[in-house]
Ligand binder design. Structure first.
Ligand SMILES: NC(=O)c1ccc[n+]([C@@H]2O[C@H](COP(=O)([O-])OP(=O)(O)OC[C@H]3O[C@@H](n4cnc5c(N)ncnc54)[C@H](OP(=O)(O)O)[C@@H]3O)[C@@H](O)[C@H]2O)c1
Length: 447
């Protein structure tokens, strides 16, 4: 059984690169898919009632041919990202439209346009094969992968690769993603796996950590500096749990918004001093579907000032979107930046522009990260300056349930998925380094 042989080689821990290169590949592998003939299955249902357990399947799919510049990776663990929730509920559009468009680009990208979509935008695992033109990575390398897929044939992407016209998110806008036993990535997605982490811990920060890094820290994002007051929505969630750590690490002052006492406790344990429980405070920024309530923005702003000693946020770390955006624009300080990377609660935002222009505030967008930013974000994990926020781990078979938890906001931090790894706790190569950070690594576990 080639899959078992691959797993045995990884678990042995001392398999030579030549031995990895010589391992036979299976004809098929198990992966989490959505099916093209099911994109209408939830028609007419409210978003909340669309159940990822019904649309995400565990299928045996053929191992694709490797194209130039690519690597085939044996995936030990992956993680749930909100993009898998979007894919599984076919909102705001079915991801098959992305695969069709990508498929039209070239002979090689045609492979992606299939009646099934293997999803997932994070992985930790081992390189098994590399395609022509790959020199920097060899079979046997223990890796994590960031999710930026670019072609770089146009000049536009050569300053900041996020600007490539053919920029895609791997496992969302491309096929052969990480929620599977095997995955195909471009070799310029690969990063060294932090050696003090287990497979599932190493797989969990990837997408959100790099996104938060660009959005908050990078010069392409809000370029946070010491002393900045940073309002962080969803501060114990995927993005927010990394943004909170980065704010604290970078000498900024996070004001963390969460929705329960448990979540408030988590962000306090990270070191945040200013925490707002939006449920306890009962903010209703919208009076009805079409009308916002500026009095509620004011009440929220007052609360922030109470906590900060009268200061307004230099940066608002935005992603909930429609529900919060009006408040975010209102509470940002004069000249402050509202940096947005998402619209979980709705993408048609509404805000009072008078507060923006009269106070010279900026709204800036951010989306994932370029290779350099993803590398820097992964380096922070490797150095123990930022830690994984893994709370629960599911088996590959249970991916639908894991995605439902995230869809219904029942999770904390990140939710992991074991792919080839037979159990949690494997893959640590530097126990002494791990011992230094054990409390931080385990902070979100089991909550
Ligand atoms: N552009 C990119 O590159 C990129 C990358 C990663 C993620 N995203 C997007 O960013 C969003 C968040 O991702 P994530 O991984 O952080 O998800 P997550 O783990 O679900 O965390 C989001 C948090 O936002 C808060 N939240 C949700 N709805 C809210 C609302 N209506 N008002 C206020 N707060 C709300 C929740 O915290 P509380 O309930 O505790 O307040 C939740 O924990 C998703 O839409 C995702 O697709 C975009």
């Amino acid at each position: 059984m080639p899959v078992q042989q691959i797993l045995d080689a990884i678990l042995a821990g001392d398999t030579a690169p030549e031995e990895f290169a010589a391992l036979p590949l299976p004809d098929t592998y198990k992966g989490i898919t959505v099916h093209k003939d099911e994109v209408e299955m939830f028609a007419g249902l409210a978003s909340r009632d669309k159940d990822p357990r019904k649309s995400l399947h565990l299928d045996d799919v053929p191992v694709p041919e490797l194209a130039p510049g690519e690597a085939l990776v044996a995936v030990m663990a992956s993680a749930i990202n909100y993009n898998t929730v979007w894919t599984s509920i076919f909102e705001p559009v079915s991801t098959f439209s992305f695969l069709e468009r990508y498929g039209r680009l070239s002979e090689y990208t045609k492979r992606h346009d299939l009646p099934y979509h293997v999803v997932g935008s994070d992985l930790a695992g081992v390189v098994l094969r590399t395609g022509p033109g790959v020199n920097a990575w060899k079979p046997g390398a223990e890796v994590v992968a960031h999710c930026l897929s670019v072609e770089l044939e146009s000049p536009d992407g050569h300053d900041d690769t996020m600007m490539d016209p053919q920029q895609r998110i791997w496992g969302f806008e491309t096929n052969f993603g990480g929620l599977a036993q095997l995955a195909i990535v471009k070799s310029n997605q690969l990063l060294p796996k932090p050696d003090h982490l287990t497979w599932e811990e190493a797989a969990s920060p990837g997408l959100v950590n790099a996104t938060a890094y660009r959005q908050l820290v990078s010069k392409n994002g809000a370029h946070m500096k010491q002393g900045d007051v940073v309002l962080i929505w969803g501060a114990s969630g995927g993005l927010g749990s990394y943004a909170t750590q980065m704010a604290l690490n970078g000498g900024a002052i996070p004001v963390c918004v969460v929705s329960s006492p448990e979540k408030a406790e988590i962000v306090r344990s990270l070191g945040a001093q200013h925490v707002i429980d939006r449920s306890a405070e009962g903010y209703t920024f919208w009076k009805d579907e079409n009308t916002q309530d500026p009095k509620e923005w004011q009440r929220f702003g007052k609360k922030i000032r109470e906590l900060t000693g009268g200061e307004d946020p230099d940066i608002v770390f935005e992603h909930p979107g429609r529900e919060t955006f009006g408040a975010s624009v209102y509470v940002a300080r004069k000249g402050g930046t509202i940096i947005t990377c998402a619209s979980t609660s709705g993408y048609m935002h509404q805000y009072d522009n008078r507060y923006l222009w009269m106070n010279l505030k900026n709204i800036k967008s951010s989306h994932f990260a370029n290779y350099r930013e993803a590398f820097e974000a992964n380096r922070l994990i490797d150095k123990g300056l930022i830690h994984p926020t893994l709370s629960r781990v599911y088996s590959l078979e249970e991916t639908g349930q894991a995605a439902l938890d995230v869809h219904h906001n029942l999770h904390q931090g990140k939710v992991g998925v074991l792919c080839l790894a037979p159990e949690e706790g494997l893959g640590v190569r530097d126990e002494a380094k791990r011992a230094q950070f054990l409390t931080e690594i385990n902070r979100f576990r089991g909550i």
